[in-house]
Write a protein that binds this ligand. Structure first.
Ligand code: NDP
Ligand code: OXD
Length: 312
C-alpha cells in the first residue's frame, strides 16, 4: 500500500513519524519530496491539509483522500481534487473536547458579564451588576455536528436554555432544535450567546450579515469558531460599535493570520484567539485515519465521507 502525506509548515515531521508508526505496512511518501523522485505508481491514499493543486495532478490517489482537519472548505476548493475517490475528513479526533472547553469559557464569560467587569477594572470602578438567571440566558448553537453536539453536552449542566440550528432536522436531548432558513430567525432571537460551528460552504458563507445579526437579542455575544467567512466582518463591527451587540469572541477570520491593521485587534468588545479553539491532535488524528484505511482495505464502510458538492 502506498500512502502520500502532505502537511504544510511546522508539524510536518510529527505527522510523518506518526503515520510511519501507525501504518508501518505502507510505503510512505511525502509531498513535495515525492515530486523530485522517479515517477512511480500513484498512491493508494493521500493524507492532506490545504494541498496545492499540483499534488493531485502529479499524484492522484486511487483509493481515498483524507483531510487532516475537520473543515474541508480548503480541500473542496482545490480544482484538481479527484472526483472518483471518497474524500474523508477528521471527526472529533481530539477536537470536540477542546471546542467544548472553548465555547463553555466564552458562554460563561458572557453570562457572568466579564467584559463589563474588565472595563470597570480598567477604570477603577467597583460596580456590581445584577445576577442573571441562567434559565433566562439562551445559548444558540449554529451547527449541530460533531463539535456542536459536544458543546451542547458540555453546556447542559449550567441550566441555559439550549437552542440548535442545522441544515436537516435533528433531535438532541436538552436542545430545542431548529432547521433550515425558515427557522433561523426564531433561533437567533433566542440566542443571547451565539456559538458558530458551521462549516464554510456556498450556503453558509456570509450567513451572519447585518440583518441576521440584528435578530439576536440586544447585547448578545457572538462566538465564532467555525470559519471566518460565516460572518460579514464589517456588519459585525458596526453592530458592536453602535452597542446592538455586546461582544464577539473570534477564533477564525476571513484572512488568517488576522492582518495587523484589522479593526478587530484593538476593538474593546472583541476577544481574539488565533485559530486555536480546537487544534489538531496528531496522534488521535493519525490513529483515526489509520483505522479507516484498514477498514477500507477490508472493503468496509467508513464514516466522515464528505459530500463534495454540498461542501461538508
Ligand atoms: P459537522 O459536519 O459534523 O457538522 C456541521 C453542522 O453544520 C451540521 O449540524 C450541519 O447540519 C450544519 N450545517 C451545514 N450546512 C448548513 C446549512 N446550510 N444550514 C444549517 N446548518 C448547516 O462538522 P464539525 O462539527 O466536525 O465541524 C464544524 C466546523 O468547525 C468545521 O467545518 C470547521 O470549519 C470548524 N472547525 C474549527 C476548528 C477551529 O479550531 N476553529 C477546529 C475544527 C473544526 P446537518 O446536521 O443537517 O448536516
Ligand atoms: C479544522 C481546523 O477544520 O483546524 O480541523 O480548523
Amino acid at each position: 500500500m502506498r500512502v502520500l502525506l502532505q502537511f504544510p509548515g511546522r508539524g510536518a515531521a510529527d505527522w510523518r513519524d506518526a503515520v510511519a508508526a501507525a501504518l508501518s505496512e505502507a510505503t510512505l511518501e511525502t509531498w513535495p519530496e515525492v515530486r523530485s523522485g522517479p515517477a512511480g505508481a500513484r498512491p493508494d491514499y493521500a493524507l492532506v491539509w490545504k494541498p496545492p493543486p499540483e499534488l493531485f495532478t502529479a499524484a492522484a490517489p486511487t483509493r481515498a483522500v483524507f483531510n487532516l482537519g475537520a473543515g474541508v472548505d480548503a480541500l473542496v476548493a482545490v480544482p484538481t481534487l479527484p472526483r472518483d475517490v471518497p474524500v474523508i475528513r477528521l471527526e472529533d479526533a481530539g477536537m470536540a473536547a477542546q471546542m467544548a472547553e472553548y465555547a463553555t469559557l466564552a458562554v460563561l464569560a458572557a453570562h457572568r458579564d466579564l467584559r463589563a467587569y474588565a472595563e470597570a477594572q480598567r477604570e477603577g470602578r467597583w460596580t456590581p451588576r445584577p445576577r442573571r438567571a441562567p434559565e433566562e440566558f439562551g445559548v444558540g448553537l449554529l451547527g449541530l455536528g460533531v463539535l456542536g453536539r459536544a458543546v451542547a453536552a458540555a453546556l447542559a449542566p449550567f441550566g441555559f436554555p439550549l437552542h440548535g440550528w442545522s441544515r436537516t432536522p435533528r433531535t438532541l436531548p436538552g436542545v430545542t432544535c431548529h432547521a433550515g432558513a425558515a427557522e433561523l430567525p426564531a433561533f437567533l432571537a433566542r440566542s443571547r450567546v451565539l456559538v458558530c460551528l458551521l462549516p464554510s460552504t456556498a450556503e453558509t458563507r456570509g450567513l451572519l450579515d447585518r440583518d441576521r445579526l440584528a435578530l439576536l437579542p440586544v447585547g448578545a455575544e457572538v462566538v465564532n469558531a467555525g470559519r471566518g467567512d460565516l460572518i460579514v466582518e464589517s456588519d459585525l463591527l458596526s453592530l458592536l460599535d453602535d452597542g446592538r451587540l455586546g461582544g464577539a469572541t473570534l477564533d477564525v477570520f476571513r484572512a488568517e493570520p488576522l492582518p495587523p491593521t484589522h479593526p478587530f485587534w484593538h476593538h474593546p468588545r472583541v476577544t481574539i484567539t488565533p485559530h486555536v479553539s480546537a487544534v489538531t491532535d496528531v496522534g488521535a488524528s493519525v490513529a483515526q485515519v489509520a483505522a479507516k484505511i484498514r477498514r477500507l482495505e477490508r472493503g468496509e464502510a467508513v464514516s466522515g465521507v464528505v459530500d463534495v458538492a454540498r461542501g461538508y
